[in-house]
Design a protein around this ligand. Sequence first.
Ligand SMILES: Cc1ncc(COP(=O)(O)O)c(C=O)c1O
Length: 552
Amino acid sequence: MSDFGKLYAADSHDLLLQYLKEGSDTLATLADRKGSPRLAPHRYSKDAFYDLVDAYSDFPEESQDPKTQIHQMVSDLYVGIPRWRSPRQQYNVGTAVNAAASAAYSLALDESILNVNDGLAGNTLVAEQAVTNIIAGLAKLPHKAYGIFTFGGTATNMYGMKIGLKKAHPDSSRKGLRQNVKVFVTAEAHFSHLAAADWLGIGVDNIVKIKPTRDRSSDLEDLETKLRATLDEGDRIGVIIINGGTTYDHIIDDIPAVVKLRDKLVKEYTLDYVPHLHVDTVIGWGWLVFEGYNWKANPLHISVKTLAKLKHQYDRIKYVRLADSWGIDFHKGIGGCPVDCSMVIINKFEDAMLLSRKTNTGADIHQLADEYSFASPVDYTLETSRSSGAPLAALTALRTLGREGYRRHLANLVEQSGYAREKLSGQPYMQIANDKSNGFTIMLRLLPPEFPKVKLDDELKGLSDKLRKRSELITRYTKEFFTWDFQNRLNKGVGPEYSFSKCYFTGPNGVDLNALKFYPVSPLYSREHADELVDTMTKQQKLFNETVWQSS
Ligand SMILES: Cc1ncc(COP(=O)(O)O)c(C=O)c1O
């Protein structure tokens, strides 16, 4: 039996460091290849997974040796995890964690700091406000903004929706929600927007989806028609959430145009409220780091093509200052923080007041002894138990990398993936599905031997049966290729890893267009890795054609 006291150190972190060392050494033994996209590349088998569930479902009678437990658990349970720092890992929108940010988060977890009020958080409460100020500076917000750390990008959208509901139905905190409310989201929206409507009691049937245009940004004529229809029906507009950097293509909608449209309708319909505009910028916020960059002198020597893409994105995202609220995920893309590390920015402090528990519901938060605190963000938050780890990590990431570090990181991702994209699009049997994107992901469809050089525009042009069948065949081919590559290579952790999206979008021909998704996030991603990726894909496709594919 181990010594019970071994688990607690009164006033030092010696034990934490020892256990971290034990875990980290064990991790190192699992990483059998430098730059491998996963730890212990052989991922999971369902049976082995459920055997582990059984093995670990035992609550021992006596205490166990901590180091042995940690060693065992890391050996068994960290198997198959994606390594976001590896440039070969392009599976999804994770982030390569900045080690200093990770240390800041870990320490806050070890001290179990509650980001509630100064009584429970001490001076760590500074971090949330300082990050808000840094971000407000990047966005050049004209008013005093309010920033709240919360549980993921999902929650940032939920906050946007909640504030919108308070504007549309000011008495909803007390009386509940009356049903004549519609919320507007885009066809390209992340599924979290639907989740928010569900969890907030709005109901997904009250969601109105804004159609996309060919470049995947929102069709503002469609938005206007649908907003008018809602108002004509006598319904209220709960919120309008638009794209601020979509998951796949990083598309940013025309924010000023939506603000103008909303304000026009407020006047025309003499609304007694201004519908709330939230922008889902949890990924797209990253382009704000180019605030103040000298595009002409280009001190970072960014290539002409990449510079144009970055500027295009920055020139759209900079208008978040005109919206009402927006979100940031530091655990995605260039953020560099451990999951979760998200914040919602509310451009005007008065709007944050709409969230106040005390004012809106009369809740007495005496359990938190708030009368002895001079700062009590908890009054505005959904969660009570928020860790100070997230804001501390974000502040550490921002301060250790600095503007230049973030700019270099983003520019490199756009540069290298742009290079890979061009090389892939030059292959006769490959089609770039997100050819209009200025971001850093690649959505790739593979063309079967009978259909070389089909560009997406050609594929979408015709509505005839013959063309639809061609589209379906490309879809089937791409899926079968992925299934084969997954079983034979990706699952074994060999070479670069990407993933599969079964419905990148539904084409005008009614076919669900799938695509292979390459989502680089590592600052170590270089030309060499981009070349390796293109080589791997071309070789694998050739092998698939020779050994597996049968068109009929
Ligand atoms: C655009 C967008 N919004 C919201 C989310 C949800 O974020 P989270 O998974 O952190 O809740 C995602 C996740 O990928 C996203 O891409």
